[in-house]
Write a protein that binds this ligand. Sequence first.
Ligand code: BG6
Length: 516
Amino acid sequence: MVQTSTTWVNPLRDPRDKRLPLIAGPCSVVIFGVTGDLSRKKLMPAIYDLANRGLLPPGFSLVGFARRDWNSHDFGQVVHDAVKQYARTPFREEVWQHLAEGIRFVQGEFDDDAAFDTLAVTLGELDLTRGTGGNHAFYLSIPPGAFPTVLRQLHRSGLCADTGEAWRRVVIEKPFGHDLESALELNSLVGEVFPPSSVFRIDHYLGKETVQNLLAMRFANQLFEPIWNSNYVDHVQITQAEDIGVGGRAGYYDGIGAARDVIQNHLLQLLALTAMEEPVSFDPKDLRTEKAKVLSAVRTPTDAAAVGRDTARGQYAAGWQGGVKVPGYLEEDGISPSSTTETYAAVKLMIDTRRWAGVPFYLRTGKRLGKRVTEIAVVFKRAPHLPFAHTDTEELGSNALVIRVQPDEGITIRFGSKVPGPSMEVRDVNMDFSYGQSFTEASPEAYERLILDVLLGEPSLFPQDEEVELSWKILDPIEKVWGSMKTQPEPYLSGTWGPPSADVMMARDGRTWRRP
Ligand code: BG6
């Protein structure tokens, strides 16, 4: 189904509108792992959404590579169904038809030389017939064990050679290894085949609008930065809570656990953006320098006593979620009944810099918790003096600034206010900024932003190798102690807020977890 591309202009896009983001130049995306969940639920819909927003070039082509006995038509149908089910923007037949013209499928195993030769021929044809210009992004949405084979094949078939005129980029999904050693190996393996500027590591949290807004909030305003330090901040809580369980991902998740799955990447990136110094500019190099600096100042618990005191790990037991009885982790399909994998992890980290000395950063993540919510709460010290009767401030908590990453994206500021009436009673109130109310523009999905940035060659939102390695340096000592304990993580009932030891960890510091 080779067709010559026509010049197609999306009617929704007004080229005079300067606020609209850049359009990707001629290119194609090759996805390895097209039969996986991520492809169906996130990547294919994001590509359609980009097309629908007029951000893909007219001859854009999508190539799927997998073992499945499909032809391009079958694969097109899979993309179509995924788009219909999961795309963010409305389905428009003309956008779909145009996208479908550039869909191809190459069938084969990862170690099959002939299949990669066919891929090279297919991409060459697309360059000729659809004008993709030799620019190709290879998206590895595959288990890390398959990376070496695919990278070797791309190299062998000459597909990663940057010609100077055309670009070749590789997109890598996490996990970036399972510890520092394996991350170094992976980085050097990728580095043998692609230059650093062609490697795009996905941490989809960085693609979220609310996460990027952290930078705007901190550095575009005068209001927050003066109090963003240990003189005013008591502690910071970063929470990523999910109400779902492991679902169909047992094969990936078991043996990995909550800390490697979420803390090593998403939560440490959120910590870095919250705690870093102002970058000289938003140039990728300057941004990464500041993130790496703050990550290298993180002090992590190392010996068994410190890990016992400053971390908590749990595993969900059966319980009720949204009125439905749900199984415990050990009863889930594909999970060994003796698995010691944690589904909840909390850690207390200190940052050894002048700005943050003495301010703990508490990070927690878990599955099957009370509700799905991700937030960064900066909790301030109490006023040094309260000129009120003690009874008037009994209901006054600490001031807090909460960045609501998801859902209900926005920012809340909590402070004390006088309760109307004759007494001087002061109680906590909230002041809210909500994306939904303040903006008419809808937030794109994280994957839309990140895929577009790959095609534009814009690397700011992609962690580079140093950040990944520093994050493993923070987590490795904790994992080592946990691994040596060989004990079952503490069970917690599904639908609750994690194991009691996490509350004990906070209580020891005279603090409590927020109930988002
Ligand atoms: C992924 C983890 O990176 O992030 C998953 O592997 C987790 O286990 C997911 O469910 C959460 O992403 P989001 O965007 O839904 O918070």
